[in-house]
Ligand binder design. Structure first.
Ligand SMILES: CCCCCCCCCCCCCC(=O)SCCNC(=O)CCNC(=O)[C@H](O)C(C)(C)COP(=O)(O)OP(=O)(O)OC[C@H]1O[C@@H](n2cnc3c(N)ncnc32)[C@H](O)[C@@H]1OP(=O)(O)O
Length: 210
């Protein structure tokens, strides 16, 4: 295993990656269900205590073999890259919705997502930090021009036009302009009535990546 600017070369074969994803993807999906069920459950406390014991047993089973730190962004020489722990798109991260981003072309992307009770801020509305999180990520991937370069968020500006309702939402992002190592990206998230939050970001290709 070797590392370049935090990106880890990890020679796991593609068919083995498929096998891992086939097992852990549904596991993370079930944990997302668990999060939602925990928030919305109305079973009596005695029943919740029994559920706790079962969850603790599952945690013990998974802790039997762990990597030392976070999952990181990894790639192999077969041309595959994976970032299972990512907070927005991570296949194995139950905190991630996960966002499935469609890159229409380099510098243009969109995504559909359905945000439930786990993302609530004001009653019935998405937490403002959660919309910023999702926007930051889709903008970052868009700035990366179809993963041909590394970009980091430099400055991010959010304009919250109206509350973002929990439920089905759409995100759109596009590169507005570029100048040297700076990439300006504009984006929005919204419902069927239009954008609820509009964002502008300056993404920087770090000096170390040039
Ligand atoms: C599946 C696998 C693949 C996945 C891959 C991941 C996909 C993507 C995931 C996306 C995830 C989501 C994304 C995330 O979450 S990214 C994580 C959040 N962001 C960070 O942690 C960034 C932290 N900051 C830094 O690393 C450095 O400061 C950066 C890299 C930003 C600049 O350090 P560097 O030493 O390189 O810069 P420089 O001093 O040579 O300046 C260069 C130019 O830039 C201008 N400038 C500098 N700073 C800022 C600023 N803050 N705003 C506006 N402009 C700024 C500066 O004036 C100059 O312009 P000019 O004077 O030339 O005109």
């Amino acid at each position: 295993m070797s590392e370049f600017g935090g990106f880890i070369q990890d020679e796991v074969a593609n068919d083995e990656l498929d096998r891992i994803e086939a097992a852990y993807g549904p596991l993370a999906a079930a944990v997302r269900e668990l999060v939602d069920a925990t928030i919305r459950s109305t079973v009596p406390p005695e029943e919740a205590a029994l559920a706790l014991a079962e969850v603790e047993a599952v945690v013990k089973r998974l802790r039997a073999q762990q990597m030392p730190g976070p999952a990181g962004v990894r790639f192999n020489s077969e041309g595959r890259a994976w970032n299972w722990g990512n907070a927005v798109v991570g296949l194995r991260n139950a905190i991630a919705p996960p966002l499935e981003i469609v890159h229409v072309r380099s510098g243009l992307a969109h995504a559909n997502v359905d945000l439930g009770a786990a993302y609530e801020g004001p009653p019935g509305l998405v937490h403002g930090g959660a919309t910023a999180l999702l926007l930051d990520h889709i903008m970052g991937e868009t700035a990366a021009a179809a993963f041909t370069r590394v970009t980091f968020t430099g400055t991010l500006t959010m304009v919250y036009r109206r509350g973002t309702p929990l439920g089905p939402l759409r995100l759109d992002a596009r590169i507005d302009r570029e100048e040297g190592r700076k990439v300006w990206v504009v984006a929005s998230i919204g419902d069927e009535e239009g954008p609820t939050v509009e964002a502008e970001g300056i993404f920087i290709i770090p000096r170390w990546a040039t």
